[in-house]
Design a protein around this ligand. Structure first.
Ligand code: SF4
Length: 771
């Protein structure tokens, strides 16, 4: 719609059209940025008629916050789970106040921007919070300097009406200076937040003119990540204290007009603390609430404290939307870091990101760590507590939008494809419970209520490896940072000793996998397998990844299927699905460039299945990839299962990041969030349905409390007791080295579901030690 057309449309009609447009582009997701507010200086050379932020020196204890004060605020924010450090400050106060000039001179800074650059750099380095610099109208040179220490910058255009009384004493508020800053930011590739003020004396046409100018700049450069539509409220002690507040309908009209005028990749924010009724704003097409701070007040509008996050969540959900934390840089730009981020800022952005390049959820959980996971499945927990009766579909939390549509199709028996899977991985808030409920019901119908486990021992015969997997903290090879342990290669006698010990401890299975030692030829695996069976003829040998068998056959120049047959003849019973990582070659090229390809992994399992060797599917997720790659992984393995039926189970392996080379080099995320890890179990159950009857939760990576929630989200198996779990612990996992039956019982009992030991192939274990 053009500006002229917008002016002729009623508020209700505009809001309806804008709301529909927002629903089509961002769905049910409404974002906010968990932030701390750092008012670096409240001195300003401008005098705007509505402003209480700027103060004269006499009213302030000091012209600038000190570095210690800045860091104290940032550290409190980091401790509370914030991701953004919002630096707000007046414009060039040193040009107006000698006290500001003197303070900067004494501290050794040439300008306020110099000091801001130093403080933003300090916060980034010391806390990992992502600075957002809100320093007003700046030169290209100043913008460029701040780009090196911030993930985004911002400046409100406010208005392009040069004749407003409120800006008479504000040389930085001229339309030329505002537009020049906006344009320079675009030219420099700076993720930029801007916006307009509503109700400071401008007309509707003025607002549309400003929005059109912003849209035009964005079309040239693609840098305007969001536009804030902010309503004027009169404040005591300001020149405009007697002016009328912006009427709520004007705000709604303007927000809706902005949504319709701006490109859909420009997000739209209205600050929630300046309105009493948030529902009309949501209906008018906004998709963001801006920064929400748990620790600092809103210094620009101190008389209206930020609504508590839970109140914001309640208001958002009451309108049928789900709240999600975001970073100060929006996902569209964060996913193209080469264009939008200085290399020095990228590691912190990655570390704070989830798989959608939104912010990690406000908990401290990461795979293999000790922080407890959030409780995401309250309703599902209640259903379990009600005596485990089958949850009625009516018990599925009421959600709308695409997730609800996909779930309705799943309930009706439809097979999900890539788009549907990606949609389910985007579930937020109540949608997560809804996905889990559907997965849980499928689990109940397909695998029953019994939770199973297997008594097994991992034997990682060597940690020496010739491959260069960038996520691997286990191997001692070309990329090794030598962080943990020494290189080792177990002799055959030691392997046999461990097998005998495992059997004495009640193990029914040994899981054999390790690095690809340069000295191995394919016969090594055959010799190991034979030695294991010699030591314990009844033990189930679950061993050798697709990489190991492919490499073994290649080193012997033998057809893979013949080689697998020889392994089977000496006792190999099943193959683990590891080395799959992410079965999407785009991701593998970065994650594990010299490892087998997706097709080679699938071919190895196809060959194994063809001679009666069953195997499982794993996915190692949460390092660098996006949900579309998870979807491809699930679909490729589902297709092979439709062909062979050889997979016994699916095992999600959340990336344990702590000691991995990629993370330590700033090139990976902190693994999946707990929500993502939970959804992986649920979405896999929904994708595979009856085809792969078992979904296993890795207690090593999910922890006991996390595992219990996964059992409420589609999982039915707890995997192995895993005496010796070297690989996750090498990556930094802290969960125990071994589980006993009582440990499993403590996980399962609160769910009211039976626990049963199983064999590798999900048979009954009649006595300890049986295969
Ligand atoms: S993941 Fe396996 S193949 Fe890759 S470096 Fe580690 S041990 Fe080697």
């Amino acid at each position: 719609m053009t500006a002229a057309e917008l002016l002729a449309v009623s508020t209700a009609d505009l809001a309806a059209a804008a709301g529909a447009l927002r629903d089509a582009s961002t769905g049910t997701r409404i974002t906010f940025s968990p932030k701390v507010f750092i008012p670096l200086t409240r001195l300003c050379r401008d005098r705007c008629g509505y402003c209480t932020f700027a103060q004269p020196p006499a009213r302030l204890e000091a012209p600038f916050l000190t570095a210690d004060e800045v860091l104290a605020i940032a550290r409190a924010g980091a401790a509370a789970g914030c991701h953004e450090a919002l630096f707000t400050l007046g414009e060039a106060p040193e040009d107006r106040y000698p006290v500001a000039r003197a303070w900067l001179d004494t501290a050794g800074y040439g300008s306020t921007v110099d000091y801001l650059q130093a403080m933003a750099g300090l916060v980034l380095a010391e806390t990992g919070l992502l600075p957002h610099a809100n320093a007003g109208a700046l030169s290209a040179a100043d913008l460029a300097r701040l780009r090196a220490v911030s993930a985004s910058q911002g400046m409100m255009v406010e208005t392009l009406n040069a004749g407003l009384d409120c800006h008479r004493g504000a040389p930085d508020k001229t339309p030329e200076r505002r537009l020049a800053t906006l344009e320079a930011a675009g030219e420099l590739g700076i993720p930029f937040t801007t916006g307009i003020l509503v109700g400071i004396g401008e007309s509707r046409a003025d607002r549309l003119e400003a929005l059109e100018a912003i849209a035009a700049s964005h079309r040239r450069h693609g840098h305007v990540q969001e536009v804030i539509v902010q309503n004027f409220l009169p404040k005591p002690g300001t020149a405009m204290q007697g002016a009328a507040a912006c009427p709520p309908e004007e705000l709604v009209w303007t927000a809706a007009a902005a949504r319709l005028l701006l490109p859909t990749d420009v997000h739209l924010q209205v600050p929630p603390n300046l309105s009493d009724d948030l529902a009309p704003l949501l209906a008018a097409g906004i998709d963001d609430w801006g920064g929400v701070s748990p620790v600092t007040p809103d210094h620009v509008n101190p008389e209206r404290p930020w609504p508590a996050l839970e109140a914001l969540r309640a208001a958002t959900e009451a309108s049928g939307y789900e709240l999600a934390p975001r970073l100060t840089i929006y996902p569209e730009l964060a996913l193209a870091p080469e264009r939008w981020l200085d290399p020095a800022v990228r590691p912190a952005v990655l570390a704070a990101s989830d798989a959608h390049a939104l912010a990690r959820d406000l908990d401290w959980w990461h795979a293999g760590g000790e922080h407890p996971p959030p409780h995401l499945l309250e309703r599902t927990a209640q259903a379990h507590a009600r005596g485990n009766e089958r949850a009625k579909w009516s018990a599925v939390p009421v959600v709308g939008g695409r997730v609800a549509d996909v779930l309705a199709g799943v309930v009706a028996g439809q097979e999900v494809g890539e788009d549907e899977i990606v949609t389910l991985f985007g579930a937020r808030g109540r949608e997560v419970s809804a996905v889990a409920e559907v997965a849980d019901d499928l689990r109940r119908r397909i695998a029953g209520d019994t939770v199973t486990w297997v008594a097994n021992r991992n034997i990682n015969y060597t940690n020496v490896c010739t491959f260069k997997c960038r996520f691997c903290a286990f191997s001692k090879g070309p990329l090794s940072l030598n962080l943990r342990g020494d290189p080792y290669l177990l002799g055959v006698e030691e392997i046999q000793r461990r097998v005998v010990e495992a059997v004495e401890l009640g193990a029914t299975e040994v899981c054999l996998q390790g690095g690809i030692h340069p000295s191995f030829d394919g016969d090594y695996y055959i010799d190991v397998c034979r030695a294991v069976k010699d030591a314990a003829p009844g033990i189930h040998v679950h061993g050798f990844t697709a990489l190991e068998v492919t490499e073994g056959a290649r080193r012997l120049d033998e057809p893979l299927v013949d080689y697998l047959r020889r392994l089977k003849d000496v006792g190999l019973a099943t193959l683990p699905g590891t080395a799959a990582e992410i079965l999407d070659d785009e991701v593998r090229r970065v994650l594990c460039p010299d490892k087998i390809t997706t097709d080679e992994w699938l071919a190895a399992h196809r060959a194994a299945h063809s001679i009666g060797l069953r195997s499982n599917i794993t996915i190692m997720f949460g390092a660098i990839e996006q949900p579309v790659s998870w979807a491809r992984h699930l679909l490729r393995t589902r297709a092979l299962q439709q062909e062979t039926g050889g997979f016994t189970e699916f095992v999600p392996l959340p990336f344990v990041h702590m000691a991995t080379p990629m993370f330590l080099q700033g090139k990976a995320r902190r693994g999946p969030t707990f929500r993502e890890a939970l959804l992986m179990h649920a979405v896999a159950r929904i994708t595979y349905r009856e085809l792969v009857p078992n979904v296993q939760v890795s207690w090593v990576k999910m922890g006991a409390v996390g595992s219990r929630q996964a059992l409420m989200a589609g999982a039915n198996d707890l995997g192995g007791t895993l005496i010796d779990e070297n690989i996750s612990r090498a990556a930094g996992a802290s969960h125990g080295q071994r589980m006993a039956e009582d440990d499993f019982r403590r996980i399962v009992e609160p769910l009211g579901r039976p626990l049963r030991q199983r064999t590798t192939l999900y048979g009954r274990v009649e006595r300890a030690g049986a295969a």
